[in-house]
Design a protein around this ligand. Structure first.
Ligand code: HEM
Length: 195
């Protein structure tokens, strides 16, 4: 591989370092937010919960597919970044397996749940998910499209080296957004209070 000019190498190194810090701060802040909210909720008097419509076996399967794919993708990519390395070897292989599952599971999630997240349907059937869960569902679809799109566009013979670096950087941030949004979504559906 041709060596990068000094200025470009400095740019790539700076982006990598700042992403690592952003990753640590953003994930810590999300987990802290969830814990604080959960503690505040546990201390507050219980609101009456409407009867929950149970998840079908298909809905469970699709959601488990998204959760496990994102878990593998995040562990393989963020693990390498945490160690200050770039992904290679087994982590890269795992990332590709996770990517395959994610590209099937996300459209399946969209087909399964988009209708119940639409306003008209919500009014007709009564809200099945909380406001946070509904907002995070759409954010998950958007950030999921971005994470896949950045890599799919990178495979086309349109971009030069600099544009490919920018796409990889966009992919990192889109991946971080997917992880945060899915953590919040999972928290919202697990605690399950509806408004
Ligand atoms: C939540 C989902 C995802 C997350 C968090 C994520 C995160 C990342 C991160 C942080 C990197 C850079 C690793 C490094 O700097 O060494 C990366 C690289 C990569 N990702 Fe993902 N990714 C996700 C989904 C996907 C998907 C769906 C695909 C394929 C469609 C994909 C394909 C790739 C490829 C090919 C690379 C290597 C790029 C290169 O080194 O040139 N990722 N991913």
């Amino acid at each position: 591989m041709a060596a990068l000019p000094a200025s470009q190498f400095a740019l790539v190194a700076t982006v990598g370092t700042s992403f690592r810090s952003i990753l640590i701060y953003a994930l810590s802040a999300t987990v802290a937010l969830i814990v604080v909210h959960w503690l505040a909720r546990a201390a507050a008097p219980r609101a009456q919960r409407a009867d929950r419509q149970p998840w079908t076996a298909w809905e469970r399967l699709v959601y488990a597919g998204v959760l496990s794919a994102v878990g593998v993708l995040a562990a393989s990519a963020f693990g390498a970044i945490g160690k200050g390395e770039t992904m290679s070897g087994w982590p890269l292989m795992l990332h590709m397996v996770g990517a395959g599952v994610f590209t099937v599971a996300l459209p399946a999630l969209a087909v399964t749940w988009s209708a119940v997240h639409l306003r008209a349907n919500r009014v007709a059937n009564g809200a099945r998910f909380s406001l946070l869960a509904r907002a995070m569902f759409w954010a998950l679809l958007l950030s999921g499209l971005a994470v896949m799109g950045t890599m799919l566009v990178s495979m086309l013979p349109w971009l030069g080296t600099h544009e490919l670096e920018e796409m990889l950087d966009a992919h990192r941030f889109a991946g971080l957004a997917v992880v945060i949004v899915l953590l919040l979504h999972a928290y919202a559906v697990l605690t399950g209070r509806r408004r």
